[in-house]
Design a protein around this ligand. Structure first.
Ligand code: 3PG
Ligand code: MG
Length: 400
């Protein structure tokens, strides 16, 4: 019932490894990678396997091509970037299954690495199709999942394939993700504080529910705060509110109180007369949001309050920005929180949404204990869910 990691497998020399990675990286209009953290994050596992002279077949998805071959979703840029990072040739296969790929894999020498073309060029991937999964195996003897960010998807290369490869294991990226998540949520040093932000409450209700059972404090920022504030009777102007979720939000608010979880909401905000970088802006308390204006960031008093709430924390988990940080005028709250978290004495774990982007942009990533590579996957862990890709690693890890 425990995950087997790649360093627990004897003798990788000459063995064919099918390694699922998540190289779903952002690209600009010219197919240039704008952020390669997810590629860098697998280098330890790759270097380990290469040092042992394994043969590595890398597989990933990129974007959502929906079962069709579309060149703009090619893995070519990722293969090229990886090749540069490794200082070693990474051949790109013309496809992810089929005779040509088979021949390429057959011809591999120890220490070779090839990258398959986008798995989502086939519908079988997202359908978790067994036949597609069998075709992916291509004679590989060892499966390694180092794709935490897609482990919440029961897809063929994540789930079904583990039934058809003798040895099922995980890489060091996965190990890091599991260890840090465990430290934060299973065995935290308290006080444990969760910071939640982002635009919407929808998609976060289960996270909130689960956090109420686990954490000592919950800090809410971002657009989602205004559904709570409206529920508390404030007039929030044109701020984003999900009216249909007010009752649910209030129910979690009550649950938190019943459980003795301290719940922090913004006390002031930056408001704008339109959703636009050039909007007119001002700072006001949440009681005084002018009619027709919208809150797009937390205000300075809130930053002080939230920073104060973090003061004695020993563990901090953070998902979601405090405002529309992509626009300068509404970025200060998020960046101030990044620095409060980065300079705290707590174990700090950041993931999901654009929180990692905010941390990078604030230049503080070196001071965060761990930045998860997962978006949706990290959120699902926070919801207390068992991810399908991790379940199969636990179930099959020591079977054979
Ligand atoms: C992600 O970036 O969320 C993962 O790579 C999974 O991709 P998906 O959300 O398209 O399934
Ligand atoms: Mg996603």
């Amino acid at each position: 019932m425990s995950i087997r990691y790649i360093d627990e497998i004897d003798n990788l020399a000459g063995k064919k490894i099918f390694m699922r990675v998540d190289f779903n990286v952002p690209l600009d209009d010219n197919q240039n990678i704008t952020e390669d953290t997810r590629i860098r994050a697998v280098l330890p596992t790759l270097n380990y396997a290469l040092d042992q002279k394994a043969k590595i077949v890398l597989a990933s998805h990129l974007g959502r091509p929906k079962g069709e071959r579309k060149e703009k979703y090619s893995m070519a840029p990722a293969a090229k970037r990886l090749s540069r990072l490794l200082g070693k040739e990474v051949k790109l296969a013309p496809d992810c299954i089929g005779p040509e790929v088979h021949a390429m894999v057959d011809a591999m020498q120890p220490g070779d690495i090839i990258m398959l073309e986008n798995l989502r060029f086939y519908q079988g991937e997202e359908k978790n199709d067994a036949d597609f999964a069998k075709e992916l195996v291509n004679g590989c003897e060892i499966y390694v999942n180092d794709a935490f960010a897609v482990s919440h998807r029961a897809h063929a290369s994540v789930e079904a394939i583990t039934n058809f490869i003798p040895v099922v294991s995980a890489g060091f990226l996965m190990k890091n993700e599991m260890n840090y998540f465990d430290k934060a949520m299973q065995n935290p040093i308290r006080p444990l504080v969760a910071i939640l932000g982002g635009a919407k409450v929808s998609g976060k209700i289960e996270v909130l529910e689960n956090l109420c059972d686990k954490v000592d404090k919950i800090i809410i920022g971002g657009g989602m705060a205004f559904t709570f504030l409206k529920g508390l009777g404030y007039n929030v102007g044109k701020s984003l509110v999900e009216d249909s979720l007010i009752d649910t939000a209030m129910a979690t608010f009550k649950k938190a109180a019943e459980k003795g979880v301290k719940f922090y909401l913004p006390v002031d905000c930056v408001v704008a007369d339109q959703f636009n970088p050039a909007a007119e802006t001002k700072v006001c308390t949440v009681q005084e949001i002018p009619e027709g204006w919208m809150a797009l960031d937390i205000g300075p008093a809130t930053v002080t309050l939230f920073a104060e709430a973090l003061q004695n924390s020993k563990t901090i988990v953070w998902n979601g920005p405090m405002g529309v940080f992509e626009m300068d005028a509404f970025s200060r709250g998020t960046f101030a929180m990044v620095s409060a978290v980065a300079n705290s004495y707590a174990l700090t774990i950041v993931g999901g949404g654009d929180t990692d982007v905010a941390v990078h942009r604030a230049g503080e990533y070196a001071k965060i204990s761990y930045i998860s590579t997962g978006g949706g996957a990290f959120l699902e862990l926070l919801e207390g869910k068992k991810l399908p890709g991790i379940k199969v690693l636990e179930d099959n890890g020591h079977k054979h």
